[in-house]
Design a protein around this ligand. Structure first.
Ligand SMILES: [Zn+2]
Length: 179
């Protein structure tokens, strides 16, 4: 599963989600894509949703009252994701962000998954990433789903960048092992 644009001002990741939908994957792989996890924010070009909450601080892992809303899961978008993700129970979930330039395997996610992606995009693997209220952190550390956080480098969309990440995703999927 790939989840794009939980931050609506990260304008690369929308097109990148569509690019990953074009991936060439093994026949036994089913790909789910959430193209805009923050649809109001994507429409408005804002990081936060229409309630001015950072959805990626609204999940129930080490939640704190900063930009993460009045309570964990106060936002309908976060509640929808936290029901949908376990219903699919993906072998891997990928969260797309920019612009910090790294490939982050969260929690116990095999580092080989991230290395396969990293090699294709020439961006480093960063382990040990956690985020208070973070969707990716909840997926890995609470739901126990292998999770990769992609922080695309820079802010400029180029065909080469999108293609490199698609190749990274394809390489990553080839590394997947049954759970
Ligand atoms: Zn982000």
């Amino acid at each position: 599963m790939v989840v794009s644009a939980i931050h609506g001002d990260e304008r690369i990741v929308g097109p990148l989600g569509h690019e990953l939908a074009r991936s060439v994957l093994p026949d036994d792989v089913t790909l789910w894509i959430v193209p805009a996890a923050n649809p109001d924010g994507w429409q408005a070009g804002t990081r936060n949703n229409a309630n001015n909450v950072d959805l990626n601080r609204n999940f129930p892992w080490a939640w704190r009252a900063s930009t993460g809303g009045p309570a964990p899961l106060s936002e309908p978008e976060a509640r929808a994701l936290i029901e949908f993700v376990p219903s699919v129970r993906p072998d891997l979930i990928v969260w797309l962000h920019q612009p910090a330039r790294y490939v982050g395997p969260i929690g116990l996610t095999p580092v080989e998954y991230a290395q396969a992606w990293s090699t294709q995009v020439a961006e480093p693997v960063r382990t040990g990433v956690t985020q208070h209220g973070g969707s990716e952190t909840w997926c890995a550390l609470v739901a126990g789903i292998p999770t990769i956080l992609i922080e695309v480098g820079g802010t400029e969309i180029t065909p080469g960048l999108l293609e490199a990440h698609r190749r990274g995703f394809e390489a990553c999927v080839r590394e997947l092992r049954p759970r």
